[in-house]
Design a protein around this ligand. Sequence first.
Ligand code: HH2
Length: 260
Amino acid sequence: MGIVNTTPDSFSDGGRYLNERDACRHCEVLLRDGADLLDIGAESTRPGAPAVPVEEELRRLLPVVRFAVTLGVPVSVDTWKPLVMQAALDAGADVVNDVQALRADGAMDVVAAHPSCGVCLMHMQGDPQTMQREPAYHDVVAEVTGFLEQRFRAVVSAGVAEERVVLDPGIGFGKSVAHNFALLQSQSRLMQLNRPILAGWSRKSSIGAITGRSVEQRLAGSLAAALAALARGASIVRVHDVAETVDAIKIWRAAGLLGN
Ligand code: HH2
């Protein structure tokens, strides 16, 4: 999954694709580089990020979604706002990627009313404003797994077919470095939920904490984390550096370390 952030303030590429033309061009580059799907977001979820008004999010997002859906790959929209989900699905988007796991009022109804769209349910403790202020768990793996199971049951009860749902532990969303790596080490417990797992490690601060690298220097660490997540059973890795990730996956496949 190639990331397209049409924002001024995303943590690693804010401002690079805010302009519609730059964002559309980036969609093409990621596809050429080997992305199987595109995730387009118009509101940063980095720690401390301010919420973006719906009108502004739509203004940034919709032209890029309208372009991306002409490219012949599934298009996901990274939003937690029901009005934005609705408009993006109407514009042809295929997947709702919600860092709030459809907890906003009305979000579940939008997804349930679109019988063919996919949905990614992600775990987050708190909200982007506060989530990195001393995140705490008794047992992070059990709590994240329990949350995802509960949200999965809720969307299925709302009428969403099981096979439309992907689950994501939410790396960096209300979690310390130790919490994030505990989730990677025990990813097999998430796999027991029997849904595809999406993992988003790309350039995140936990990579920087382990390697001592600034955000621009986290490619090698991000590749290693993506491969580890895939080797532990993840189906989708959400990445900024698609070409490099695809190369790394090809080598691990050739080495017999990953299935197809
Ligand atoms: N991470 C980010 C945003 N959306 N969605 C899912 N499902 N999983 C993630 O791990 C995830 C996500 C944060 O990364 P990025 O989009 O690069 O940054 P920002 O939120 O600052 O735009």
